[in-house]
Ligand binder design. Structure first.
Ligand code: WQD
Length: 336
């Protein structure tokens, strides 16, 4: 049996998926350019699983570098996490986002074709539901975007879908993540963003550990029960296990299949804060601030298709997500 190539495998979701792949008995190869993650993450994965694997510091834009990986390893399938993912940054640097995410993915697909590897699990995002759909989101809804990052996900899904139509040998599952948070229960790996976090839970974590002064809650005048934004938070370990189920599905089915990975229910910012305060046993200093441009009031998944096709559903609740996030933060106050 060949190996699974994990691009972006030292990142937050990538590293957690590597743990689950290794625990499931897969052999993996990890590729990452380390632009937004650390090699220490791969060391922690090996420590956690007591398994070893090859790491290649290769960028998706390095066609020859990726060919070398396929020359040196029999790759059965690719789980493709690698990509720039900061919404705000994508607005400032659209060309960098389109080049890296889209040209990089096209490069990867060319290499996969060259070596007859035609199975991919793609890291997509609920962001493809745009602003015109109403939650709970279902996979048959029209996709769109309101920022370059979101457009890269919409466009890559289109490219993958077109490849599957042109060549019936291809099998692609595009996993649309909702809001991944939490950490492996060991506390050895977790969300370790560079600089000031954009996302809610890593920001709360840094307030709780004393590295940031207070949480700004972006808007308390949304049309929601407590006025703050609602999202579908999903434990990163649940998300990682979803990739294992998707891989098994992709091996038995051809064609392009978008699938939501969410819990199917939403939590407000204030509910997340309350859960985190329970986890860290201290009050999180917070202040209401104006709404953040581009934010939706409510976003959550219809999670039925993943249950039906993958026999997968999220198991952990919000308190467990926050407890595991806090456990990682306490054990790694300065990140990996
Ligand atoms: C969640 C809620 C904010 C920070 C983003 C990307 C999406 C995906 C997941 C990649 C919202 C509020 C946040 C803060 C706050 N990333 N908030 N204060 O925006 O749902 O999704 O990350 O695929 O593409 O858009 O996640 O964690 O940034 O925000 O009040 O300091 O928390 O307004 O309601 P979001 P988030």
């Amino acid at each position: 049996m060949g190996k699974i190539l994990v691009t972006g495998g030292t990142g937050f979701i990538g590293s957690h998926t590597c743990v689950e792949l290794l625990n499931e008995g897969y052999e993996i190869v990890v590729m990452d350019n380390l632009s937004n993650s650390k090699l220490e993450s791969a060391n922690r994965v090996q420590q956690l699983t007591n398994k070893i694997f090859k790491f290649y510091e290769v960028d998706m834009l390095d066609y020859d570098g990726m060919c070398k990986i396929f020359e040196e390893n029999e790759i059965d399938a690719v789980i493709h996490f690698a990509g720039l993912k900061a919404v705000g940054e994508s607005v400032q640097k659209p060309l960098e986002y389109y080049n890296n995410n889209i040209v990089g993915t096209i490069n990867l697909l060319k290499v996969m074709n060259k070596y007859q590897c035609k199975t991919m699990i793609f890291s997509s995002s609920a962001t493809v539901y745009g602003v015109d759909n109403r939650p709970p989101y279902t996979e048959d809804m029209q996709t769109s975007a309101i920022n370059p990052y979101g457009y890269t996900k919409v466009m890559i899904e289109q490219i993958l879908s077109d490849i599957c139509v042109a060549d019936s040998e291809w099998s692609v599952v595009s996993l649309r993540y909702f809001n991944p948070i939490g950490a492996n229960k060991s506390g050895l790996i977790g969300e370790d963003p560079n600089g000031i976090p954009n996302n809610l839970v890593p920001y709360i974590a840094q307030v709780a550990i004393g590295k940031l002064e207070k949480l700004n809650i972006y808007g308390n005048d949304y049309d929601t029960p407590d006025g703050t934004g609602i999202r579908d938070y999903i434990h990163v370990v649940d998300l990682a296990k979803g990739h294992i189920s998707a891989l098994a599905y992709a091996k038995k089915h051809k064609g392009f299949e978008p699938i939501n990975l969410g819990t199917g229910s939403g939590s407000s910012v204030l509910e997340v804060v309350a859960s985190y305060e329970k986890a860290c046993e201290k009050e999180i200093p917070k202040e209401f601030a104006p709404r953040r441009a581009g934010d939706l009031a409510v976003s959550y998944a219809n999670a039925e298709k993943a249950k039906r096709l993958l026999n997968w559903e999220a198991k952990y609740n919000l308190d467990e997500m926050c407890a595991d996030s806090w456990n990682f933060t306490v054990k790694n106050p300065n990140g990996l």
